[in-house]
Design a protein around this ligand. Structure first.
Ligand code: GUN
Ligand code: FE
Length: 495
C-alpha cells in the first residue's frame, strides 16, 4: 500500500492531484484500489487483504516537511542504448556527419559482448534512476549484443522494447557496420525478435522491428522488415524527417515516392504500432498519412536542439490527432532524462514563437507554411491580438509536457491500458519524487506580503510541478517501481 500524494495527467491539459490517498497494488503488480486514507480500513476489508501480507510505502507515517509525491513512471519512446557512452558528445556535427564521426564507430564497438554488457547495464541503471520505467531501445546491428540488452532489461526490471538495427544500404553506411544484403538484414532481425519474444513469457521486454531509417535500408529490406512485424505482431520503430539534408537525400535515393512518409507507407511500415522519431520537417500530406495509419511520433527535443535538426510542430500534430510521446534520443540527445525532454519540449515550443523562426508544416506541392508565426516584431505590445494568440497556442505547458512524458508515450507504444497513469487495473509503474523542503521557500521568505504589497500568493502544486520540470533532476527520484517491483530504492527504508 502506497500512501501520500499522487499526481498524474488525466488529459493533455489536465493534471489530477490526489492528496491523503492510498493505492493498493496486488501481487501481480496491478493497482487494486485507490482510496482516501480515511476510508482505507474499510477498503481493505472489502478487498479481504490479509494484514500480515501488507507492506507499506513509506513504511512509517511520513512526518517529513518535504514535498513528495508519486508520479507515473516516464516512458522514453526513443533511445539508443548503444549510444549511451557518447551522451553529450557531438561537437559541431549535424545528423549525417554525427552518424559517421561518432555513432557508427561506437555502435560497432558494442559487437563485443563485454563492451555491450557494460554499456547497456549503465544505460538501464541510469534511465531507471531518472524515472524511466519503459524504454523503446535501439541496440546495434549485432544480434548477440541486442540479446544482451534485452536480458539486462529483464534482470534489472525495466519495461522495454528492444530493437536490433537493420541497415543494409552499403551506399550509405561504412562497410564495417552494414548488413551484407537485404536478406541478411531481414533474417537477423527476425532471429533477434524471435529470441527476445521467447525469452520473456511475461511480456515485460518485447522486440521491436527497427529499420534504422530510410537511408540505412533498401526497399527490399524495408518491405521484409514490415512483414516480420506483421507476422510476429510486434511494433516498429524508425526515424523520419529529422533534418533537411536527410530529407533531401531520401528524396534522391528513393525517387519513386512522393515523400519520406509515403516511402514508409508503401513498404508497409506505417500503422498503429509504429513509432516515428523526430518528424521535424513533415508536409501536411505526410502528417495526414501518419494520422490515418495511426502511427505515432516520438518528439526528441534535446536531440533536435543539439544536432540543430529542426523544430517539431508538436501543437499541430496534437491538434490533428496524432499520438505524440517524448524521446531522449540518447546520444543525439545529450540527456538520458525524460524530465529534461519535457523541459526541452516546453522550451522548444516557446522558441518556435520567436520572430523570424520559420516553423510549422509545409505542403508537398509548395513550400507554403501552414503555421508561421508571422511576427515582424518581438515587441509584445505591438503584436496584434491574433498574433499573440497564435504564439501562445504553440507553447506547451508544464502539464502538457508531463502528459507527453507519461500517457502520451503510453499511447505511442500501445501501453495506454497498462501504464501512464494511476487507475485501478493499471500496472504499478511509478516513481516517488521528493522535492525537498526548500521548494516552498519562495513563499516562506516572501512571507505573503511586504508592506501593502502582496508579493507571493503561495506555492501551489502547479508551481511545484513547474519547479520540478525546470529545475529537477534524478536526485529527486527516491524510488522507482515497474509492474510492482521496486527497481530503484534511494530511500533505503522498507517495511
Ligand atoms: N537517424 C539514423 N540513425 C540515427 C541515430 O542513431 N540517431 C538519430 N538521432 N537519428 C538517426
Ligand atoms: Fe534516434
Amino acid at each position: 500500500i502506497y500512501t501520500g500524494t499522487f499526481i498524474h495527467c488525466t488529459d493533455l491539459s489536465k493534471t489530477e492531484i490526489l492528496t491523503n490517498t492510498s493505492i493498493g497494488v496486488d501481487e501481480h503488480g496491478k493497482i487494486a484500489f485507490i482510496t482516501p486514507v480515511d476510508t482505507l480500513s474499510g477498503t481493505l476489508k472489502s478487498h479481504s487483504w490479509d494484514p500480515a501480507e501488507i507492506r507499506h510505502f513509506p513504511p512509517a507515517p511520513n512526518s517529513s516537511k518535504n514535498i513528495s509525491f508519486f508520479f507515473p513512471g516516464f516512458l522514453d519512446t526513443h533511445i539508443h542504448a548503444s549510444q549511451h557512452p557518447n551522451a553529450g558528445i557531438f561537437g559541431k556535427s549535424t545528423l549525417l556527419s554525427w552518424l559517421e564521426t561518432y555513432t557508427f564507430p561506437l555502435e560497432y564497438s558494442l559487437s563485443d559482448p563485454r563492451t555491450a554488457e557494460a554499456a547497456y547495464s549503465t544505460c538501464i541503471h541510469t534511465t531507471l534512476a531518472h524515472g524511466t520505467t519503459t524504454a523503446a531501445y535501439y541496440a546495434t546491428i549485432s544480434v548477440e549484443s541486442t540479446d544482451i540488452l534485452a536480458r539486462l532489461c529483464r534482470e534489472l526490471g525495466q519495461r522495454a522494447f528492444v530493437g536490433r538495427c537493420a541497415m543494409d544500404n552499403a551506399d550509405f553506411q561504412p562497410s564495417y557496420y552494414c548488413d551484407a544484403d537485404a536478406d541478411t538484414a531481414i533474417k537477423a532481425s527476425r532471429e533477434s525478435a524471435e529470441s527476445i519474444l521467447a525469452a520473456d513469457p511475461t511480456g515485460l521486454v518485447k522486440p521491436i522491428i527497427t529499420p534504422r531509417f530510410a537511408l540505412s535500408c533498401t526497399e527490399e529490406s524495408l518491405k521484409g522488415l514490415a512483414s516480420i512485424a506483421a507476422d510476429l505482431k510486434i511494433p516498429i520503430q524508425t526515424h523520419i524527417s529529422e533534418n533537411l539534408d536527410e530529407v533531401a537525400l531520401v528524396a534522391r535515393t528513393f525517387p519513386g515516392y512522393s515523400s519520406y512518409a509515403h516511402l514508409y507507407h508503401n513498404c508497409g511500415l506505417l500503422g498503429p504500432n509504429t513509432v516515428l522519431a523526430h518528424a521535424c520537417h513533415l508536409s501536411q500530406e505526410e502528417v495526414s498519412l501518419i494520422h490515418t495509419t495511426g502511427s505515432s511520433i516520438s518528439h526528441c527535443p534535446a536531440s533536435n536542439t543539439s544536432l540543430g535538426s529542426g523544430l517539431c510542430p508538436v501543437r499541430e500534430l496534437l491538434d490533428q490527432g496524432v499520438k505524440v510521446g517524448l524521446g531522449t534520443d540518447v546520444s543525439g540527445g545529450y540527456s538520458p532524462s525524460i524530465l529534461v525532454a519535457a523541459r526541452e519540449a516546453g522550451a522548444v515550443s516557446r522558441l518556435r514563437t520567436a520572430p523570424g523562426v520559420e516553423t510549422g508544416i509545409h505542403s508537398l506541392s509548395g513550400k507554403s507554411l501552414i503555421t508561421t508565426i508571422a511576427t515582424t516584431t518581438d515587441n509584445e505590445s505591438s503584436a496584434t491580438t491574433s498574433e499573440k494568440q497564435a504564439r501562445d497556442k504553440l507553447k506547451l505547458t508544464v502539464e502538457e509536457t508531463l502528459y507527453l512524458a507519461t500517457r502520451g508515450g503510453a499511447q505511442c507504444l500501445g501501453l495506454e491500458a497498462c501504464v501512464g497513469g494511476f487507475e485501478v487495473g493499471k500496472e504499478w509503474d511509478a516513481q516517488f519524487i521528493d522535492l525537498g523542503a526548500e521548494i516552498d521557500a519562495g513563499y516562506v521568505l516572501g512571507g505573503g506580503s511586504v508592506g501593502n504589497v502582496q508579493v507571493w500568493k503561495g506555492m501551489e502544486w502547479e508551481e511545484r510541478l513547474a519547479k520540478w520540470v525546470y529545475q529537477g533532476d534524478e536526485r529527486n527520484v527516491k524510488a522507482v517501481w515497474v509492474r510492482g517491483r521496486m527497481v530503484v530504492d534511494k530511500v533505503a527504508v522498507r517495511a
